[in-house]
Design a protein around this ligand. Structure first.
Ligand code: HEC
Ligand code: HEC
Ligand code: HEC
Ligand code: HEC
Ligand code: HEC
Length: 479
């Protein structure tokens, strides 16, 4: 292992009593230097903590993302640093010997000697242990960066709105990565690169508020949604109920039931029909969006398997200009909020009245609730402190303090419902509020260019004057 050190010219070789040294020391392999000992201690402590952290993580006892960062990054880094210190200490010791002109002589590993065998075995065993721990760390760290917990909680303030909305959606058990990354190495790398940019944006505070939708480079839905939902399988009608109240009548719900023509393959004709016709495999619908938000559509192109193409366009809109871009319609053009579902302000209050979580017998409570929820609070903390109070104050203005005192309990319960609703939908810091993210699924927000009527408006037409129908029973009828 060690070679005889060359003598410095002109200096006398120092006489050292070799018997005072163990053979490892002679080889310069001793860790008994301040740096070496520190390295050994650091590695031992960090590795133990890593193993404990890993155990906590694997068993689910520790569920804190910061603990995970420390387990997967800080402790292993400390252990590696400690390991590196050991050869560094060897190097310095030999350098010092060289300077002092100490010649330790040749050291030969002799497997005949028990102490030699022990050292070599120890080094081998420790290396295997270290490598195993590091392999586990890399494996777990990889899975951790893929977890919803990491996505949602690490960038806590930034993605809190999306994470919260996701947790109460039908997709709460579907990983963020199933929709945002999908399978395959190419998208994994893309996602990690854009993830790095996002981490940088979080660190230097350069992220946009609110986070813009549509997501610029969302993976095509064939590779994500269609891994679980298969357009072939859609069929029949789906009945949906819409409940609403008015300020004048808080007691009687207006219930609107519609039967949506979900569509799918018609076994009689073997053709696709209904709402999911747009994404069936015998048609390709492309559209030319005039704005980033896809709320203004200039032209639509429909290509049938036979290759026949029909183009609908608005008077005066050109699809070959530099403005806007073409996009092939997929699930997300209608289901743009499949999991980050924010509630509509009025619908939330009406649901409260319908479920009696807001007491409909209190006069004026619908109007007051809407006002309380719409009020701007500086932060979620401030909202927490003020919402119930605001409702009491508005009611006191309306009916006097004695009314509020007499109905305090029911007003507090109603206020608590409003607070929950607020907390599920509004994040002042991220500028996410009522209506920040609207959905395309129906036509509730058609004035702002959301929903089906972007195309189904009887205004986009082909050269022959054919339009895309807006007739009510194309999409739904009364059940
Ligand atoms: C079921 C599929 C699905 C899952 C699961 C999912 N997302 Fe999304 N996400 C979407 C779609 C679709 C959009 C909006 C796309 C658009 O409008 O272009 C979106 C948008 C976003 C946005 C942009 C801002 C916004 O609200 O539009 C963020 C941030 C985001 N998702 C984070 C997450 C995080 C974090 C998770 C996991 C906790 C997650 N997503 C899970 C489908 C999903
Ligand atoms: C990993 C599988 C998976 C992926 C990927 C996935 N979904 Fe789902 N989806 C589900 C499950 C599970 C449900 C819940 C079914 C249930 O509750 O009956 C669901 C439910 C739905 C529903 C019905 C919701 C309701 O209110 O009834 C819609 C719409 C939907 N998904 C659309 C999408 C869209 C759009 C995408 C892609 C952006 C997507 N899904 C991606 C598994 C998935
Ligand atoms: C043209 C718009 C549009 C497109 C494109 C579209 N959907 Fe839908 N989808 C709807 C509407 C509207 C409903 C019914 C409304 C509801 O459930 O709230 C629906 C319902 C669903 C449901 C619930 C079905 C049920 O029977 O409960 C699922 C799941 C779904 N869509 C998935 C998808 C997937 C996956 C894609 C892409 C392959 C897709 N959709 C493409 C508009 C669309
Ligand atoms: C990007 C434009 C676009 C959007 C957005 C759009 N559609 Fe369509 N839709 C079309 C076109 C084009 C046709 C085909 C018209 C034709 O051939 O007569 C069509 C046809 C349909 C049909 C008839 C399919 C059949 O042949 O049975 C239904 C039902 C339908 N759309 C429902 C919806 C619903 C519901 C939404 C919103 C959730 C929606 N569409 C959003 C472009 C669009
Ligand atoms: C291109 C398809 C399409 C056409 C055409 C259409 N609707 Fe709808 N409508 C929908 C969809 C999809 C929903 C369900 C939205 C959801 O799931 O949230 C809906 C929901 C509704 C609702 C209940 C939600 C609300 O906004 O209160 C009413 C009422 C309604 N439609 C009335 C009409 C009337 C009236 C017409 C004719 C002028 C019409 N719709 C034409 C697709 C259509």
């Amino acid at each position: 292992m060690a070679e005889i050190l060359p003598e410095k010219p002109g200096t006398e070789e120092k006489k050292v009593d070799m018997d005072n040294f163990t053979w490892q020391e002679k080889a310069g392999l001793s860790m008994k230097t301040p740096i070496g000992l520190f390295g050994v201690a650091l590695t031992t402590v960090c590795l133990t903590l890593t193993v404990l952290g890993l155990l906590g993580h694997i068993t689910g006892l520790i569920e804190n993302p910061y603990a995970a960062i420390v387990t997967f990054l800080v402790f292993p880094a400390g252990a590696v640093f400690g390991l590196l210190l050991i050869p560094i200490s060897w190097y310095f010791r030999r350098k010092k010997w060289f300077k002092d002109n100490i010649n330790m002589g040749n050291v030969i590993i002799d497997f005949g000697k028990r102490s030699h065998r022990r050292l070599v075995t120890l080094i081998l065993v420790l290396s295997v242990v270290n490598l195993t721990v590091f392999a586990l760390v890399v494996y777990e760290a990889y899975h951790f960066t893929e977890s919803d917990f990491f996505c949602g909680a690490i960038c806590h303030t930034v993605m809190d709105p999306e994470y919260t909305a996701y947790q109460r959606s039908p997709h709460a058990k579907v990983g963020c990565v199933s929709c945002h990354i999908g399978s395959g190495a190419e998208w994994y790398v893309k996602a990690k690169l854009s993830g790095l940019r996002q981490v940088k944006a979080v660190l230097d505070g350069s992220y946009s508020t609110p986070i813009p939708a549509p997501v610029a480079h969302l993976r095509p839905a064939q590779d994500t949604c269609e891994e679980c939902h298969w357009p072939e399988k859609f069929h029949g009608k789906k009945i949906k109920e819409f409940v609403s109240f008015t300020n004048d009548d808080q007691g009687n719900a207006q219930i609107q039931e519609i039967a949506l023509h979900i569509g799918g393959r018609n076994p009689m004709t073997d053709t696709f029909e209904g709402i999911h016709w747009h994404v069936s495999n015998n048609v390709k619908v492309e559209y030319h969006s005039l704005d980033e938000k896809r709320t203004s559509i200039g032209a639509i192109k429909v290509t049938k398997p036979s290759g026949v193409t029909e183009e609908y366009s608005l008077d005066g809109a050109t699809s070959d200009g530099t403005e806007g871009y073409w996009r092939t319609m997929d699930c997300v053009d209608c289901h743009n909020r499949p999991t980050h579902v924010y509630d509509d302000l009025a619908s939330s209050v009406d649901l409260g009245l319908y479920s009696k979580k807001i007491n409909p017998e209190i006069p004026g409570i619908r109007e007051d609730s809407l006002e309380v929820l719409q009020k701007e609070y500086i932060s979620r903390e401030e909202a927490k402190a003020q919402i119930v109070e605001s409702l009491l104050a508005l009611q006191a203005e309306r009916h006097g303090a004695s009314f509020v005192a007499a109905n305090e309990q029911t007003l507090i319960t109603s206020g608590a419902y409003l607070l929950d609703t607020y907390m599920a939908n509004v994040w002042p810091k991220m500028k996410v509020s009522w209506g920040t993210y609207k959905q395309h699924l129906g036509h509730q927000n058609e004035e702002e260019g959301y929903g089906c009527f972007r195309c189904h408006d009887d205004e986009h037409q082909t050269a022959f004057g054919k339009t895309i129908s807006q007739s009510c029973d194309l999409c739904h009828d009364e059940p």
